[in-house]
Write a protein that binds this ligand. Structure first.
Ligand SMILES: *Cc1c(COP(=O)(O)O)cnc(C)c1O
Length: 378
Protein backbone atom coordinates (compact mmCIF):
# COMPACT_ATOMS: atom_id res chain seq x y z
CA UNK A 1 0.00 0.00 0.00
CA UNK A 2 1.67 3.27 -1.04
CA UNK A 3 0.17 5.07 2.00
CA UNK A 4 1.78 2.56 4.36
CA UNK A 5 -1.42 0.79 5.44
CA UNK A 6 -0.94 -2.97 6.00
CA UNK A 7 -1.75 -5.53 3.30
CA UNK A 8 -5.34 -6.81 3.47
CA UNK A 9 -6.64 -10.38 3.44
CA UNK A 10 -8.03 -11.18 -0.03
CA UNK A 11 -10.66 -13.45 1.53
CA UNK A 12 -12.25 -10.40 3.13
CA UNK A 13 -14.51 -7.76 1.62
CA UNK A 14 -12.62 -4.56 0.81
CA UNK A 15 -13.52 -1.45 -1.11
CA UNK A 16 -11.15 1.48 -0.63
CA UNK A 17 -8.00 1.81 1.42
CA UNK A 18 -8.36 3.60 4.78
CA UNK A 19 -6.57 6.56 3.11
CA UNK A 20 -9.35 6.75 0.49
CA UNK A 21 -7.24 5.54 -2.45
CA UNK A 22 -8.10 2.53 -4.66
CA UNK A 23 -6.83 -0.90 -3.63
CA UNK A 24 -4.85 -3.04 -6.07
CA UNK A 25 -4.67 -6.85 -6.02
CA UNK A 26 -1.19 -8.38 -5.67
CA UNK A 27 -0.10 -11.91 -6.53
CA UNK A 28 2.82 -14.09 -5.60
CA UNK A 29 4.75 -13.24 -8.76
CA UNK A 30 7.71 -15.32 -7.67
CA UNK A 31 5.50 -18.40 -7.79
CA UNK A 32 3.95 -17.23 -11.06
CA UNK A 33 7.38 -17.37 -12.73
CA UNK A 34 6.82 -21.12 -13.05
CA UNK A 35 3.84 -20.42 -15.33
CA UNK A 36 4.77 -20.63 -19.03
CA UNK A 37 3.38 -18.92 -22.12
CA UNK A 38 3.17 -22.32 -23.79
CA UNK A 39 0.55 -23.41 -21.25
CA UNK A 40 -1.92 -21.02 -22.91
CA UNK A 41 -2.22 -23.15 -26.05
CA UNK A 42 -5.53 -24.97 -26.00
CA UNK A 43 -7.09 -22.85 -23.27
CA UNK A 44 -10.52 -21.35 -23.83
CA UNK A 45 -10.54 -18.07 -25.77
CA UNK A 46 -11.73 -15.83 -22.97
CA UNK A 47 -9.95 -13.65 -20.43
CA UNK A 48 -9.83 -16.40 -17.80
CA UNK A 49 -7.10 -18.12 -19.84
CA UNK A 50 -4.81 -15.96 -17.66
CA UNK A 51 -6.35 -17.24 -14.45
CA UNK A 52 -3.01 -17.73 -12.70
CA UNK A 53 -2.86 -13.94 -12.34
CA UNK A 54 -6.57 -13.27 -11.87
CA UNK A 55 -8.52 -13.16 -8.60
CA UNK A 56 -9.60 -16.80 -8.31
CA UNK A 57 -8.70 -19.20 -5.54
CA UNK A 58 -8.15 -22.89 -6.26
CA UNK A 59 -11.45 -24.67 -6.76
CA UNK A 60 -13.38 -21.52 -7.70
CA UNK A 61 -15.09 -21.11 -11.07
CA UNK A 62 -15.42 -17.69 -12.71
CA UNK A 63 -18.74 -16.03 -13.53
CA UNK A 64 -18.23 -15.89 -17.27
CA UNK A 65 -20.17 -15.10 -20.43
CA UNK A 66 -17.17 -15.63 -22.71
CA UNK A 67 -15.66 -12.13 -22.26
CA UNK A 68 -12.27 -11.22 -23.64
CA UNK A 69 -9.93 -12.65 -26.25
CA UNK A 70 -11.43 -10.14 -28.65
CA UNK A 71 -9.93 -9.88 -32.13
CA UNK A 72 -7.03 -7.62 -32.98
CA UNK A 73 -7.55 -6.51 -36.59
CA UNK A 74 -4.85 -5.08 -38.81
CA UNK A 75 -6.82 -2.06 -40.10
CA UNK A 76 -5.01 -1.68 -43.43
CA UNK A 77 -7.52 0.51 -45.21
CA UNK A 78 -8.14 2.84 -42.30
CA UNK A 79 -4.41 3.00 -41.59
CA UNK A 80 -3.59 3.86 -45.21
CA UNK A 81 -6.19 6.64 -45.16
CA UNK A 82 -4.40 8.39 -42.29
CA UNK A 83 -0.78 7.51 -43.03
CA UNK A 84 -0.06 4.47 -40.85
CA UNK A 85 1.17 1.08 -42.10
CA UNK A 86 0.50 -0.76 -38.87
CA UNK A 87 -2.75 0.42 -37.35
CA UNK A 88 -4.56 -2.25 -35.35
CA UNK A 89 -8.02 -2.23 -33.84
CA UNK A 90 -8.59 -4.16 -30.64
CA UNK A 91 -12.30 -4.67 -30.99
CA UNK A 92 -13.86 -4.66 -27.55
CA UNK A 93 -17.33 -4.20 -29.03
CA UNK A 94 -17.41 -7.99 -29.45
CA UNK A 95 -17.60 -8.60 -25.71
CA UNK A 96 -20.86 -9.65 -24.02
CA UNK A 97 -23.06 -6.50 -23.68
CA UNK A 98 -20.94 -4.81 -26.38
CA UNK A 99 -18.13 -3.22 -24.41
CA UNK A 100 -14.92 -3.93 -22.53
CA UNK A 101 -16.86 -3.31 -19.30
CA UNK A 102 -17.71 -7.02 -19.43
CA UNK A 103 -14.16 -7.90 -18.41
CA UNK A 104 -14.26 -5.83 -15.24
CA UNK A 105 -17.67 -7.02 -14.18
CA UNK A 106 -16.82 -10.66 -14.82
CA UNK A 107 -13.92 -10.35 -12.36
CA UNK A 108 -15.68 -8.13 -9.80
CA UNK A 109 -18.86 -10.17 -9.69
CA UNK A 110 -16.94 -13.43 -9.49
CA UNK A 111 -15.29 -12.13 -6.31
CA UNK A 112 -18.53 -10.61 -4.99
CA UNK A 113 -20.20 -13.99 -5.33
CA UNK A 114 -17.48 -15.82 -3.41
CA UNK A 115 -17.45 -13.07 -0.76
CA UNK A 116 -21.11 -13.77 -0.08
CA UNK A 117 -22.69 -10.68 -1.66
CA UNK A 118 -26.39 -10.91 -2.49
CA UNK A 119 -26.92 -7.52 -4.20
CA UNK A 120 -24.56 -5.74 -6.59
CA UNK A 121 -24.87 -1.94 -6.86
CA UNK A 122 -23.24 0.70 -9.04
CA UNK A 123 -23.57 4.11 -10.66
CA UNK A 124 -23.10 4.00 -14.42
CA UNK A 125 -23.11 6.05 -17.59
CA UNK A 126 -24.45 2.97 -19.36
CA UNK A 127 -22.05 0.22 -20.38
CA UNK A 128 -20.87 -0.69 -16.88
CA UNK A 129 -24.49 -0.99 -15.80
CA UNK A 130 -25.30 -3.29 -18.71
CA UNK A 131 -22.35 -5.51 -17.93
CA UNK A 132 -23.03 -5.57 -14.18
CA UNK A 133 -26.68 -6.46 -14.83
CA UNK A 134 -25.73 -9.34 -17.11
CA UNK A 135 -23.04 -10.79 -14.83
CA UNK A 136 -25.25 -10.40 -11.74
CA UNK A 137 -27.91 -12.41 -13.55
CA UNK A 138 -25.33 -15.04 -14.51
CA UNK A 139 -24.18 -15.22 -10.88
CA UNK A 140 -27.72 -15.37 -9.48
CA UNK A 141 -27.35 -12.04 -7.66
CA UNK A 142 -29.65 -9.00 -7.55
CA UNK A 143 -28.42 -5.79 -9.22
CA UNK A 144 -29.22 -2.13 -8.41
CA UNK A 145 -28.20 0.31 -11.15
CA UNK A 146 -28.09 4.12 -10.69
CA UNK A 147 -27.97 5.93 -14.01
CA UNK A 148 -28.25 9.62 -14.95
CA UNK A 149 -31.75 10.22 -16.27
CA UNK A 150 -30.44 11.74 -19.51
CA UNK A 151 -28.58 8.50 -20.35
CA UNK A 152 -29.38 6.98 -23.70
CA UNK A 153 -32.48 4.80 -23.68
CA UNK A 154 -30.87 1.53 -24.89
CA UNK A 155 -28.59 1.50 -21.82
CA UNK A 156 -31.54 1.79 -19.44
CA UNK A 157 -33.57 -0.84 -21.28
CA UNK A 158 -30.71 -3.32 -21.44
CA UNK A 159 -30.22 -3.23 -17.64
CA UNK A 160 -33.87 -4.18 -17.29
CA UNK A 161 -33.46 -6.93 -19.87
CA UNK A 162 -31.10 -8.69 -17.43
CA UNK A 163 -33.48 -8.22 -14.52
CA UNK A 164 -31.71 -5.32 -12.78
CA UNK A 165 -33.56 -2.67 -10.80
CA UNK A 166 -32.85 0.73 -12.39
CA UNK A 167 -32.97 4.11 -10.56
CA UNK A 168 -32.86 7.20 -12.79
CA UNK A 169 -30.84 10.00 -11.17
CA UNK A 170 -31.20 13.72 -11.79
CA UNK A 171 -27.50 14.55 -12.20
CA UNK A 172 -24.15 13.17 -13.35
CA UNK A 173 -22.52 9.80 -12.69
CA UNK A 174 -20.86 11.29 -9.60
CA UNK A 175 -24.35 12.12 -8.21
CA UNK A 176 -25.52 8.61 -9.08
CA UNK A 177 -22.53 7.25 -7.18
CA UNK A 178 -23.45 9.23 -4.08
CA UNK A 179 -27.01 7.95 -4.22
CA UNK A 180 -25.94 4.31 -4.70
CA UNK A 181 -23.63 4.55 -1.69
CA UNK A 182 -26.24 6.24 0.52
CA UNK A 183 -28.98 3.72 -0.28
CA UNK A 184 -26.81 0.63 -0.43
CA UNK A 185 -24.48 1.24 2.52
CA UNK A 186 -27.02 0.40 5.23
CA UNK A 187 -28.35 -2.55 3.20
CA UNK A 188 -24.97 -4.16 2.63
CA UNK A 189 -25.03 -3.88 -1.15
CA UNK A 190 -21.73 -4.77 -2.81
CA UNK A 191 -20.52 -1.60 -4.56
CA UNK A 192 -18.75 -2.24 -7.87
CA UNK A 193 -18.17 1.45 -8.72
CA UNK A 194 -15.06 2.18 -10.80
CA UNK A 195 -11.93 1.56 -8.71
CA UNK A 196 -13.98 1.39 -5.49
CA UNK A 197 -13.28 -2.32 -5.32
CA UNK A 198 -10.03 -3.95 -6.45
CA UNK A 199 -11.21 -6.47 -9.03
CA UNK A 200 -12.71 -4.67 -12.02
CA UNK A 201 -9.24 -3.50 -12.91
CA UNK A 202 -8.06 -7.12 -12.75
CA UNK A 203 -10.50 -7.95 -15.53
CA UNK A 204 -9.46 -4.89 -17.53
CA UNK A 205 -5.79 -5.67 -17.32
CA UNK A 206 -6.34 -8.78 -19.45
CA UNK A 207 -6.56 -6.45 -22.47
CA UNK A 208 -2.79 -6.04 -22.20
CA UNK A 209 -2.20 -9.78 -21.71
CA UNK A 210 -4.15 -10.45 -24.89
CA UNK A 211 -2.38 -7.74 -26.83
CA UNK A 212 0.96 -9.28 -25.92
CA UNK A 213 -0.19 -12.78 -26.87
CA UNK A 214 -1.83 -11.62 -30.12
CA UNK A 215 1.30 -9.70 -31.16
CA UNK A 216 3.51 -12.78 -30.53
CA UNK A 217 4.87 -11.38 -27.27
CA UNK A 218 5.94 -7.99 -28.53
CA UNK A 219 4.53 -4.59 -27.55
CA UNK A 220 3.13 -2.11 -30.04
CA UNK A 221 4.70 1.36 -30.09
CA UNK A 222 1.47 3.08 -29.09
CA UNK A 223 -1.78 2.29 -27.29
CA UNK A 224 -4.57 4.80 -27.78
CA UNK A 225 -7.29 4.55 -25.20
CA UNK A 226 -10.46 6.59 -24.58
CA UNK A 227 -10.36 7.42 -20.88
CA UNK A 228 -13.19 7.98 -18.44
CA UNK A 229 -12.68 6.47 -14.99
CA UNK A 230 -9.36 5.10 -16.16
CA UNK A 231 -9.65 1.41 -15.28
CA UNK A 232 -8.44 0.40 -18.72
CA UNK A 233 -5.30 2.54 -18.57
CA UNK A 234 -4.50 1.68 -14.98
CA UNK A 235 -5.21 -2.01 -15.53
CA UNK A 236 -2.97 -2.27 -18.58
CA UNK A 237 -0.16 -0.45 -16.82
CA UNK A 238 -0.40 -2.94 -13.98
CA UNK A 239 -0.35 -5.80 -16.50
CA UNK A 240 2.88 -4.51 -18.07
CA UNK A 241 4.51 -4.69 -14.70
CA UNK A 242 3.25 -8.20 -13.98
CA UNK A 243 4.25 -9.50 -17.40
CA UNK A 244 7.76 -8.15 -16.94
CA UNK A 245 8.10 -9.61 -13.48
CA UNK A 246 7.06 -13.10 -14.50
CA UNK A 247 9.56 -12.88 -17.35
CA UNK A 248 7.07 -13.02 -20.24
CA UNK A 249 7.75 -9.57 -21.64
CA UNK A 250 10.63 -7.15 -21.84
CA UNK A 251 11.51 -4.24 -24.06
CA UNK A 252 10.03 -0.81 -24.22
CA UNK A 253 6.48 -0.52 -22.97
CA UNK A 254 3.94 1.06 -25.31
CA UNK A 255 3.40 4.80 -25.11
CA UNK A 256 -0.05 5.33 -23.63
CA UNK A 257 -2.33 7.96 -25.12
CA UNK A 258 -5.30 9.01 -23.01
CA UNK A 259 -8.15 10.41 -25.12
CA UNK A 260 -10.96 12.48 -23.61
CA UNK A 261 -13.84 14.64 -24.79
CA UNK A 262 -13.34 18.37 -25.29
CA UNK A 263 -16.02 19.25 -22.71
CA UNK A 264 -14.96 16.67 -20.13
CA UNK A 265 -11.18 16.46 -20.10
CA UNK A 266 -9.90 16.51 -16.49
CA UNK A 267 -7.00 14.16 -17.22
CA UNK A 268 -5.89 16.06 -20.32
CA UNK A 269 -5.93 19.35 -18.40
CA UNK A 270 -3.93 17.89 -15.52
CA UNK A 271 -1.45 16.33 -17.98
CA UNK A 272 -0.92 19.69 -19.67
CA UNK A 273 -0.60 21.53 -16.37
CA UNK A 274 1.84 18.98 -15.02
CA UNK A 275 -0.14 18.23 -11.86
CA UNK A 276 -0.18 14.88 -10.09
CA UNK A 277 -3.95 14.83 -9.60
CA UNK A 278 -6.83 16.17 -11.69
CA UNK A 279 -9.27 18.89 -10.61
CA UNK A 280 -12.93 17.91 -11.12
CA UNK A 281 -14.37 19.17 -14.43
CA UNK A 282 -17.31 21.57 -14.14
CA UNK A 283 -20.30 21.15 -16.47
CA UNK A 284 -19.14 17.92 -18.13
CA UNK A 285 -20.95 17.08 -21.37
CA UNK A 286 -20.20 14.70 -24.25
CA UNK A 287 -22.00 12.21 -26.47
CA UNK A 288 -19.41 9.61 -25.43
CA UNK A 289 -21.14 8.44 -22.25
CA UNK A 290 -18.15 6.40 -21.12
CA UNK A 291 -16.02 9.54 -21.14
CA UNK A 292 -18.40 11.67 -19.09
CA UNK A 293 -16.50 11.25 -15.84
CA UNK A 294 -15.78 14.67 -14.31
CA UNK A 295 -13.69 13.24 -11.50
CA UNK A 296 -11.75 9.98 -11.62
CA UNK A 297 -10.76 8.47 -8.30
CA UNK A 298 -7.70 6.91 -9.92
CA UNK A 299 -6.61 10.17 -11.61
CA UNK A 300 -3.06 10.01 -10.22
CA UNK A 301 -2.65 6.42 -11.46
CA UNK A 302 -3.81 7.34 -14.98
CA UNK A 303 -1.49 10.35 -15.10
CA UNK A 304 1.40 8.27 -13.85
CA UNK A 305 0.88 5.64 -16.58
CA UNK A 306 0.68 8.27 -19.33
CA UNK A 307 3.78 10.11 -18.14
CA UNK A 308 5.97 7.12 -17.31
CA UNK A 309 5.19 5.57 -20.69
CA UNK A 310 6.27 8.69 -22.57
CA UNK A 311 2.73 9.03 -23.89
CA UNK A 312 0.37 11.95 -24.07
CA UNK A 313 -3.21 13.05 -23.43
CA UNK A 314 -5.54 14.89 -25.76
CA UNK A 315 -9.15 15.95 -26.05
CA UNK A 316 -11.34 15.78 -29.16
CA UNK A 317 -14.71 17.31 -30.06
CA UNK A 318 -17.99 15.40 -30.11
CA UNK A 319 -18.46 16.25 -33.77
CA UNK A 320 -15.14 14.75 -34.73
CA UNK A 321 -15.91 11.56 -32.75
CA UNK A 322 -18.91 10.94 -34.98
CA UNK A 323 -16.68 11.36 -38.04
CA UNK A 324 -14.32 8.88 -36.41
CA UNK A 325 -17.11 6.33 -35.91
CA UNK A 326 -18.11 6.68 -39.55
CA UNK A 327 -14.53 6.30 -40.79
CA UNK A 328 -13.96 3.13 -38.74
CA UNK A 329 -17.26 1.71 -39.95
CA UNK A 330 -16.78 2.57 -43.62
CA UNK A 331 -13.13 1.46 -43.87
CA UNK A 332 -13.16 -1.63 -41.68
CA UNK A 333 -16.73 -2.78 -41.11
CA UNK A 334 -16.19 -2.38 -37.38
CA UNK A 335 -18.93 -0.98 -35.16
CA UNK A 336 -17.41 1.79 -33.04
CA UNK A 337 -18.90 3.73 -30.15
CA UNK A 338 -18.11 7.48 -30.03
CA UNK A 339 -15.28 6.54 -27.62
CA UNK A 340 -13.68 4.42 -30.35
CA UNK A 341 -14.26 7.26 -32.81
CA UNK A 342 -12.49 9.60 -30.39
CA UNK A 343 -9.45 7.32 -30.35
CA UNK A 344 -9.23 7.49 -34.15
CA UNK A 345 -9.42 11.29 -34.13
CA UNK A 346 -6.59 11.42 -31.60
CA UNK A 347 -4.48 9.14 -33.81
CA UNK A 348 -5.17 11.29 -36.87
CA UNK A 349 -4.00 14.35 -34.98
CA UNK A 350 -0.84 12.68 -33.65
CA UNK A 351 0.06 11.48 -37.15
CA UNK A 352 -0.57 14.93 -38.62
CA UNK A 353 1.59 16.50 -35.92
CA UNK A 354 4.42 14.08 -36.71
CA UNK A 355 4.31 12.54 -33.23
CA UNK A 356 3.30 9.13 -34.60
CA UNK A 357 5.39 7.83 -37.50
CA UNK A 358 4.11 5.84 -40.48
CA UNK A 359 6.00 2.65 -39.63
CA UNK A 360 5.14 2.62 -35.93
CA UNK A 361 2.58 0.12 -34.65
CA UNK A 362 -0.51 1.72 -33.16
CA UNK A 363 -3.35 -0.03 -31.33
CA UNK A 364 -6.69 1.73 -31.31
CA UNK A 365 -8.94 0.46 -28.53
CA UNK A 366 -12.51 0.33 -29.76
CA UNK A 367 -13.90 0.09 -26.25
CA UNK A 368 -17.53 -0.40 -27.28
CA UNK A 369 -19.91 -0.85 -30.21
CA UNK A 370 -22.07 1.74 -31.96
CA UNK A 371 -25.50 0.17 -31.58
CA UNK A 372 -26.52 1.83 -28.32
CA UNK A 373 -25.42 5.25 -29.58
CA UNK A 374 -26.87 5.33 -33.05
CA UNK A 375 -28.86 8.48 -32.25
CA UNK A 376 -25.60 10.46 -32.50
CA UNK A 377 -25.47 9.76 -36.24
CA UNK A 378 -28.60 11.81 -36.78
C1 LIG B 1 -16.41 3.12 -19.64
C2 LIG B 1 -16.03 3.33 -21.02
C3 LIG B 1 -14.82 3.97 -21.34
C4 LIG B 1 -13.88 4.52 -20.29
O1 LIG B 1 -13.33 3.48 -19.56
P1 LIG B 1 -12.26 3.58 -18.42
O2 LIG B 1 -11.31 2.47 -18.67
O3 LIG B 1 -12.97 3.39 -17.13
O4 LIG B 1 -11.59 4.90 -18.50
C5 LIG B 1 -14.48 4.06 -22.66
N1 LIG B 1 -15.28 3.59 -23.64
C6 LIG B 1 -16.45 2.99 -23.39
C7 LIG B 1 -17.29 2.49 -24.52
C8 LIG B 1 -16.86 2.83 -22.06
O5 LIG B 1 -18.01 2.21 -21.81
Amino acid sequence: MPCGAPTLDPRGRHHLCTCGAPLLARYDLGRARAWSRESLAGREPNMWRYRELLPLFDGEAPVTLGEGFTPLFHARSLGASIGLDRLFIKDESLNPTNSFKARGQSAAITRAKYLGATTIALPTAGNAGNAASAYSAAAGLACEVFIPKDAKRPFVDECRLYGANVTLVDGLITDAGRMAAERGGPLGWYDVSTLKEPYRIEGKKTMAYELAEQLQWTWPDWIVYPTGGGTGMVGMWKAFDELERIGWMNGRRPRMVSVQAEHCAPIVRAFQQGTEKAEPWEGATTIADGLRVPRAIGDFLILRAVRESGGTALAVSDRSMVDGMLAIGAHEGVSAAPEGGAALVAIQRLVADGVMKRQESVVLFNTGGALKYLDVLR
